[in-house]
Ligand binder design. Structure first.
Ligand code: B3K
Ligand code: ZN
Length: 882
């Protein structure tokens, strides 16, 4: 039986609000202990609301201190107020003003939702349901209001006072206090409200939009770190220019502010005109941030900025539509990075990310559609499926339509829905109208959970010069969805002849096929290509044109042929991944032995050739030289997973490759040194560092003492974090004899820099040694560990549970028990972080029987103990029910 705590909300029950709040005036008087919030809400009944319909406002942990309607105190018999809501029984059936006053204590807020204090700075997080912790409100995304906000605080404690929109007025408020009055002219849902008050430094710049609007830009951060905001600012200006060019979208206020805070539950938040960021996605300097950190900063700055149109001006009708803004905005930030950096490399990185996070989610008990139909706790739906699969769906739409038609569709979307809170159906309708196509079958991607498997069968007949290609799709059942229907997907493809060039065909029958794309829209498609004069090697799903798992009987030889000759760089990378995966899966099934020496050597040769190919970009080569991860292998096995066998097989293959290629790796390492040094974030140097450090990692994986020496020197003799982390990462991954000493050295070097401390925590948690768990547990238990900071918690235990498969899933179950007791402990302070870390169990049912039993017992113990937040109990119940 479910408790009330676990009540489910259904999409089918959606009803528009009975009341609207066109105008909000807030007065926020910030005091160190108690903050007073006065709200003047201009409320009116929605069209069709019958008189005397009660007005039910949301609240969470609030304490009402006064209430008035149209200026007159409201009689006690006319309303009911509690911590979790306020009902006015019979409000006027015309426009009226409701005034409420509540008291908050932000210092005690460890959940980091609503108004809280981070490192002395008052800040807010409202998405999805945090505004109700600030004042009583219709806290739902389809209630849009214009906000005027007056913030006041002590001048010394909070010289900086910010809110959404434009600054209207500021000045003295008496008694050492001051105030700022902000007005946001754009109607917005409450989840986009933000306020910041604190003693912060600023890094400033400006941007002029295409139509001549002058926008003052500022990034606020801890004093002394202003210079670390330069890269984020540069990324912001490039994002603003890119959105004008690629999507025709201009910025619409006179200011755009970003604030970096150190306690934040996720990456960042797109509040209108006042983005609030986790400081790890803002601050960077070469000594403490890696090239990967710079890339993350660039894409998250872009992502939040792009939300101004996709999310803010056009928002979601309800939280089931979350991927309307998230999937689309991820797609937009991916495109930005592709245009700014390398398209092929970005695609590989995104697909790696998808397979690390979304595929395991989609293949386990937490699987849900990109547009879910029900939830118990909406915070648990900010998932890889909503974000990353959501972006893949938009990408498929763009692939089907082509660039011009897709842009026509987005133009119409912005024109038709500006100012709306809308739905996935409305989004699809726009493209149906602009392109004249029927997207009903395609639309199922939003509604069906699970990763489709596409099985490929092929046959070439020399005599008739016919090539037959069959593609069939199947999606396994997921929770609540036993039966799946075929979905329409674009299969970008090419046929490659023996000389390595594209091969021609005279005609094709059996389906819709263009020059470079097959439309797979049924369970099974049988295509016949005529006039194919030699046996072709098919390159399918070029650019990963659909988020599916492909199963084919392609030979290792054909895979390595594609790795050498495919004109599509993504599929060259994919072919090497497939070849390596096949070897490792065979070995795992073979009791852990890499049996086929010849095949192993052929793979190593192909990797060596890739490394030496002067026509390929170094960042691409770095990815090509990397093997599928342990998570990927576990996912491919799907059942009877023994993570320790997976770990040792992968380690053995790395060793073989390293041994065979040691000279080539050393040569490349030496040659690249000249391009990657001295440190610069310029593209060429960044790419060279990526490949050089990958060569180093492979060398170290070979297990020779001289490679460990090389890594130690690389670690010590550098001025930048990219090289230092890469060397230490290689040492830790191979757990060389001095790994522990170097970890200690790293910790001592960067004493109080918390973002570097996070890197150290993650390294500790990712190590393959048998003492890993004990070390992680000791760090967590040590008094110096900041137990309430989400970044610290995720770096340590998130990394351990999500990526260190072999140590998390230790045979004795100690890894499982550590993570469940960690989640119970954190749940008392921050349920969102606890629930997120608990998703480490998403693939527990795939383990071999002993580990499966151990995982189940840890989870069951947690469930029986009870006392869990709704966030954690939702994840736990679904994980166990699966
Ligand atoms: N929209 C926010 C995420 C809010 C998460 C709430 N649990 C950041 C983003 O996706 O841009
Ligand atoms: Zn987003």
């Amino acid at each position: 039986m479910r408790t009330e705590n676990e009540q489910t909300t259904y999409l089918k029950d959606y009803k528009p609000s009975a009341y609207l709040i066109p105008k909000v005036e807030l007065r926020v008087e910030i005091e160190p202990k108690l903050t007073k919030v006065t709200a003047l809400l201009t409320i009116e009944p929605a069209e069709g609301t019958t008189p005397d319909t009660p007005l039910v406002l949301d609240g969470k942990a609030l304490e009402l201190t006064s209430i008035a309607l149209d200026g007159a105190p409201l009689g006690l018999d006319l309303f009911e107020a509690g911590p979790d809501g306020l009902t006015v029984f019979s409000p006027p059936s015309r426009r009226f003003v409701l005034e409420t006053e509540v008291m908050l204590s932000p210092e005690d807020n460890t959940e980091l939702m609503g108004l809280y204090r981070s490192n002395g700075v008052w800040c807010t997080q409202c998405e999805p349901e945090g505004f109700r912790r600030i004042t009583y409100f219709l806290d739902r995304p389809d209630v849009l209001s214009t906000y005027t906000v007056r913030v006041s605080a002590d001048k010394t404690l909070a010289p900086v006072l910010l809110a959404n929109g434009n600054l209207v007025e500021s000045g003295d408020d008496g008694d050492k206090r001051h105030f700022a009055l902000w007005h946001d002219p754009h109607p917005k849902p409450s989840y986009l409200f933000a306020l910041v008050a604190g003693d912060l430094g600023a890094y400033r710049d400006a941007f002029t939009t295409a139509s001549g609007r002058h926008v003052a830009l500022a990034i606020y951060c801890e004093h002394g770190k202003e210079d670390q905001c330069a890269y984020a600012m540069d990324a912001l200006k490039r994002s603003m220019a890119w959105d004008e060019k690629r999507f025709g979208r201009e910025y619409d206020l006179d200011v755009f502010n970003i604030v970096a805070v150190s306690d934040f539950n996720f990456g960042a938040m797109e509040n209108k005109g006042l983005n609030i960021f986790n400081d790890r996605y803002v601050l960077a300097r070469p000594e403490t941030a890696t090239d990967a950190d710079y890339a993350h900063i660039e894409s998250i700055i872009a992502h939040e900025y792009f939300h101004n149109w996709t999310g803010n001006r056009i928002t979601c009708r309800d939280w089931f539509q979350l991927c309307l803004k998230e999937g689309l905005t991820v797609f937009r930030d991916q495109e930005f990075t592709s245009d700014e950096r390398s398209r092929a490399v970005k695609r590989i990185e995104d697909v790696r990310g998808l397979r690390m996070a979304q595929f395991p989610e989609d293949g386990g008990p937490l699987a849900h559609p990109a547009r879910p139909a029900q939830f118990r706790e909406i915070n648990n739906f900010y998932t890889a499926t909503v974000y990353e699969k959501g972006a893949e769906i938009v990408r498929m739409l763009a692939t089907f339509l082509g660039e011009t038609e897709f842009r026509k569709g987005t133009d119409l979307y912005f024109e038709r829905h500006d100012g709306d809170a809308t739905t996935i159906e409305a989004w699809l309708k726009v493209f149906e109208d602009s392109s004249g196509r029927d997207l009903s079958q395609f639309g199922k991607w939003y509604l069906q959970a699970g990763t489709p498997t596409v099985t490929v069968e092929e046959d070439w007949d020399q005599e008739s010069q016919t090539y037959r290609l069959s593609l069939s799709q199947h999606t396994a059942p997921t929770p609540g969805q036993p039966d799946k229907q075929a979905m329409a997907m674009p299969v970008k493809f090419g046929l490659i002849g023996p000389n390595g060039n594209a091969t021609e065909w005279s005609s094709v029958s059996g389906g819709t096929v263009t020059n470079d794309m097959i439309v797979l829209d049924k369970d099974r498609l049988d295509l016949t290509f005529e006039g194919v004069s030699s046996r072709p090697v098919a390159s399918l799903f070029r650019g990963f044109s659909a988020p599916v798992r492909v199963v084919s009987k392609a030979s290792q030889a054909d895979r390595l042929f594609l790795a050498r000759h495919d004109s599509d760089p993504f599929n060259r990378w994919q072919a090497l991944q497939d070849a390596a995966m096949t070897l490792m899966l065979d070995a795992v099934r073979n009791g852990g032995q890499l049996a086929d020496k010849e095949a192993t050597s052929a793979l190593a040769t192909a990797l060596g050739d890739t490394l030496e190919n002067d026509n390929l970009d170094s960042a691409f080569k770095a990815h090509a030289m990397a093997l599928p991860s342990e998570v990927n292998i576990a996912q491919a096995l799907a059942k009877d997973v023994d993570p320790s066998v997976i770990h040792s097989v992968r380690r053995d293959l790395l060793k073989e490759i390293s041994t065979q290629l040691s000279h080539k790796l050393q040569d490349a390492y030496d040659a690249l040194g000249k391009i990657s040094n001295p440190y610069s974030i310029a593209a060429e140097a960044t790419r060279a560092r990526a490949l050089r450090t990958q060569c180093l990692a492979l060398l170290v994986a070979g297990g020779e003492a001289q490679s460990a020496d090389l890594a130690r020197a690389h670690y010590a003799d550098t001025d930048n974090m990219t090289d230092r982390m890469a060397a230490l990462g290689a040492i830790v991954a191979a757990w060389t004899p001095d790994a522990q000493a170097l970890l200690d050295d790293f910790r001592a070097r960067f004493g109080s820099d918390m973002l570097v401390y996070d890197k150290w925590l993650a390294l500790n948690a990712s190590a393959p040694d048998d003492k890993c768990l004990e070390r992680v547990a000791a760090i967590y238990a040590s008094p110096e560990f900041p137990k309430s900071n989400p970044n610290r918690l995720r770096s340590l235990v998130g990394t351990f549970g999500m990526t260190n498969v072999a140590q998390f899933a230790r045979i004795d179950g100690a890894g499982f028990r550590f993570v469940t007791s960690f989640c119970r402990d954190v749940d008392g302070r921050n349920p969102q972080v606890a629930a997120r870390v608990l998703t480490a169990f998403r693939s527990w049912a795939n383990y071999e029987p002993n580990r499966k039993a151990a995982a189940k017992s840890a989870l069951t113990l947690m469930a029986t103990a009870g006392g869990l937040s709704r966030n954690v109990s939702d994840i736990l119940t679904r994980t166990l029910e699966g």
